[in-house]
Design a protein around this ligand. Structure first.
Ligand code: NAP
Length: 465
């Protein structure tokens, strides 16, 4: 039986870009459609709040679009609801015709090398979450008394981490970087940041504007060995055949740095291309990182792969950030493809297991948990719209489960369990208080980093209001 769109009950799990863009696509198809957007935190926006670097405020301005989506009739924000703990997937599926999972990829990939669990070895994603004030990481500790540190990987997250470590805190003080991070970074003794890339400049995953920023920081020298920029045959061929101009532009930026005399600045960012980490040294805490020199060769599929040589080097670093990609995790009650860190799906419709064509009625995915952790914020718009188009076609075909009449509503269920559900109005209050605290300190906002404090502010307002 086909359910009319204005009777459809939809829940979206995760309020990052994919969740909001999915809500927008549904609202466009059916103005006023009932959507509950569920998030673990009272604060929305996922990685736009907790991932985008604090010194990239323009990127964060996408939240204005999300605000507009949240203001549409039928939209509700159910904050501070932990799916998998406060409510199960089965309980949600019994209460909504459609459940759209947009919970992203919040863990990290590991290197699988000795010493990786030593103190001082961190996932870059943890550091990012810490400096962005994600409450789960507010208490994380980073030993910034170390002089030399390494960042493994050369994607945009690695760029962010290196830049935040190198940038003067007088500049960071004008951003919404978490207060605890600002204080810690102000006392930082880090002077050398080694960036370790397993392949060459042509294969660097970072985009040129993000790379270029490293060379524009006050008090920072960028060190590039010109020999690393001499292209091997496979890279030269790859570069010549690429439509994407980003690698050529990256190469140009790096060549400029290789020719630029060093100024003797207090801080240095040192690039190590064609180098893979093989071991972290140290007894309890990281004391070094051993890297092996790679040679590059064509992989036979139009790409270029790194092959280790027997030449190694040991960097005397006291901290290592593994910036080799985010990884999604499974949710009880939802199939999971552990190898790829995604929920298996066909065009956003969840299937029983990876490779299967048997779809699970009413269960959909969008964003990083659908396609893996790649792309910019806008990529999620297309991704979420594709999923919603599939969902709408399924609804039209009557391929959506009907709901039993005798099931209690989600509000009653959460209330019965003592869950303090926060609303969009509650977030608007937190947003206002953060901005007021920021104005007093000459900053865009001073973020709440403690959920308990957020709930106290909300409770006080509810009593007063
Ligand atoms: P990423 O772009 O996938 O980069 C991962 C890096 O890790 C690559 O350099 C990769 O090298 C390397 N790597 C992977 N496995 C490795 C291993 N075992 N040993 C050594 N190196 C290894 O991931 P990301 O930096 O986490 O970024 C995730 C997504 O968010 C990207 O799409 C990124 O553009 C986006 N993002 C955008 C911005 C922005 O627009 N400002 C900021 C942050 C993030 P290989 O290429 O050799 O695999």
């Amino acid at each position: 039986m086909s359910i009319p769109l204005n009777s459809l009950r939809v829940a979206i799990v995760g309020s990052g870009p994919a969740g909001f863009y999915a809500a927008e696509a549904l609202q466009k198809a059916a103005p006023g459609i009932a959507i509950d957007l569920i998030d673990r935190l009272p604060t929305p926006f996922g990685l736009v709040r907790g991932g985008v670097a604090p010194d990239h405020p323009k990127i964060k301005s996408v939240t204005r679009i999300f605000d507009r989506i949240a203001s549409q009739p039928g939209f509700r924000y159910l904050g501070h609801v932990h799916v998998g703990q406060d409510v199960s997937i089965e309980e949600l599926r019994a209460r909504y015709h459609v459940l759209l999972l947009c919970y992203g990829a919040d863990t990290d990939r590991t290197l699988g090398i000795p010493g990786e669990t030593l103190r001082g070895s961190h996932a870059a994603t943890e550091f990012v979450a810490w400096y962005n004030g994600n409450p789960d990481y507010a208490a994380a500790q980073f030993d910034l008394t170390q002089g030399e540190v390494a960042v493994v990987g050369i994607g945009n997250v690695a760029m962010d981490v290196a830049r935040i470590l190198a940038k003067p805190t007088t500049v960071l003080a004008g951003t919404d970087l978490a207060d605890h991070a600002l204080q810690a970074l102000a006392a930082s003794q880090v002077h050398t940041i080694h960036l370790v890339a397993r392949r060459g400049p042509v294969q660097a995953a970072c985009t040129t504007p993000e790379l270029r920023e490293l060379g524009e920081l006050d008090g920072v020298d960028v060190v590039v060995d010109p020999r690393d920029l001499e292209l091997d045959a496979a890279s030269a061929e790859q570069l010549a055949s690429m439509e994407d101009r980003n690698p050529a532009k990256n190469l140009e930026v790096l060549r400029g740095w290789a020719e630029r005399p060093l100024s003797g600045a207090r801080r240095r960012v040192v690039f190590h291309f064609n180098a893979s980490p093989v071991a972290l040294g140290g007894s309890e805490h990281v004391e070094s990182l051993t890297i092996v020199r790679n040679r590059l060769e064509a992989d036979g599929r139009g790409g270029v792969r790194a092959v280790a040589t027997d030449e190694t080097e040991t960097l005397p670093v006291g901290m290592v950030f593994r910036s080799v990609g985010y990884k999604g995790r499974g949710l009880p009650g939802v199939p999971f493809d552990d190898r790829n860190g995604v929920v298996p799906n066909i065009n956003g419709h969840v299937v029983e297991q990876a490779g299967s064509e048997r779809t699970l009625p009413g269960l959909y995915v969008a964003g990083w948990i659908k396609r893996g952790p790649q792309g910019i914020i806008g990529t999620n718009k297309l991704c979420a719209t594709d999923t919603v188009n599939q969902l709408l076609a399924d609804v039209a075909a009557g391929d959506v489960p009907t709901l039993a009449d005798d099931v209690s509503g989600i509000d009653a269920l959460l209330a019965e369990r003592g869950v303090t559900v926060t609303t969009w109005a509650d977030w608007q209050l937190l947003d206002k208080v953060e901005q007021e605290r920021g104005a007093a300190a000459g900053r865009p906002r001073v973020k709440f980093t403690d959920v308990r404090e957020m709930l106290e502010v909300i409770a006080a307002q509810r009593v007063a209001g």
